[in-house]
Write a protein that binds this ligand. Structure first.
Ligand code: ADP
Length: 326
């Protein structure tokens, strides 16, 4: 749109590998198209405190390979209040920023949706979260890197599990989404994944116990999504230990190791394409959309659809895991 001259960019919520590649892509694509760019530090907090600096191409040099986010990220309670958002709007006006690209997860896009409708302000969102829990995109920025980190960690734990003939419950991130647990289990040849999406349908632990874990093998690894819906790895391990004291059970919680590290090629390319697409979207007059990539095609997904429109787990993946873990 011709009236947009200056685009602000921020990262918010949980950090994810590939956020820097996205910052770089948004900045470079914007400058390529003749826009000014301003970097906003610490997510929505930077809009309240005015931590904003002009970005040139050099500001984003040599960051594509770095995990985390050079713009920092924060959780900002004030932005959840109308008063806080008014301060943010005043800051944008003062800085001459007339469109925003926000990179983050579900919460970040929720904040963007509310702000955009309150002030009729153009915002484009990029899905940046390891959880892969946003609807309208096959994967989110950071998910593939986290999945690979999980794969490396579980491969290592498998050595101990096999040597000691143990049963390991390994808790992985994902909030209320089981993508990391399910695909992590397939990638590592784990015996099962316990995920929130099917927790209400079946008692997954009961099913696992009924099948005798894996009778033909001397070690078992079960990936558990961290969600309160599954109860977490510790809770499940305690249950098994109580009912089946003969099993040698161990728990590993992978934790924040999953959020860091250099992004994979997949995440760098995804972030680069999405970042460039965010600028195309603004030029085309799109507002209040998240950039998604589905079946290798760029899509503009309205915020309302992307947020809390539960992204279904692929049943084919569940069946594959079941078939291969006999
Ligand atoms: P993520 O983006 O990774 O899901 P959060 O849920 O922590 O992370 O959200 C990041 C930030 O987005 C919050 O700290 C807050 O500033 C903003 N936000 C989240 N939910 C809302 C909301 N309902 N209204 C306004 N802002 C919100």
């Amino acid at each position: 749109m011709s009236q947009i001259k200056c685009i602000g960019i921020l990262t918010s919520g949980g950090d994810a590998p590939g956020m820097n590649a996205a910052i770089r892509a948004v900045t470079r694509a914007a400058i390529y198209n003749g826009f000014e760019v301003k970097g906003i530090y610490r997510g929505y907090k930077g809009l309240i405190t005015g931590e904003i600096v002009p970005f040139r191409t050099q500001n984003v040099s040599n960051i594509i390979q770095q995990g985390g986010t050079i713009l920092k990220t924060a959780r900002c309670q004030e932005f959840k209040t109308p008063e806080g958002r008014k301060v943010a709007y005043d800051t944008l006006m003062k800085e001459g920023i007339d469109a925003l690209v926000v990179i983050g997860g579900d919460g970040t896009l929720t904040g963007a949706r509310i702000f955009a409708s309150e002030f009729n302000f153009p915002i484009v969102g990029l899905p940046g979260t390891i959880d892969n829990d946003l609807y309208g995109t096959d994967t989110t920025i950071g998910y593939d890197t986290a999945l690979n980190t999980i794969m490396d960690a579980v491969d290592k734990i498998r050595d101990t599990a096999t040597s000691h003939e143990r049963l390991f419950f390994i808790e992985v991130m994902g909030r209320d989404a089981g993508f990391l647990a399910l695909n992590g289990a397939i990638a590592t040849g784990s015996e099962a994944a316990i995920i929130p999406e099917i927790s209400t349908e079946v008692d997954q632990l009961e099913e696992l116990i009924k099948n005798g874990f894996r009778k033909s093998k001397n070690s078992s690894i079960v990936l558990v999504a961290e969600s309160p819906i599954t109860g977490g790895a510790m809770h499940l391990a305690e249950r098994v230990q109580k009912e089946y004291p003969q099993y040698d059970v161990r728990v590993t919680i992978l934790g924040h190791i999953q959020r860091g590290g250099s992004p994979t090629a997949h995440d760098r390319i995804l972030a680069s394409r999405m970042g460039a697409a965010a600028i195309d979207a603004l030029i085309e007059g799109q507002r209040n959309v998240m950039i998604g990539i589905r079946n290798n095609e760029i899509e503009y997904v309205p915020f309302n659809k992307a947020i809390k429109n539960d992204k279904p787990i692929d049943r084919e993946l569940l069946n594959t895991l079941r078939k291969l873990s006999i």
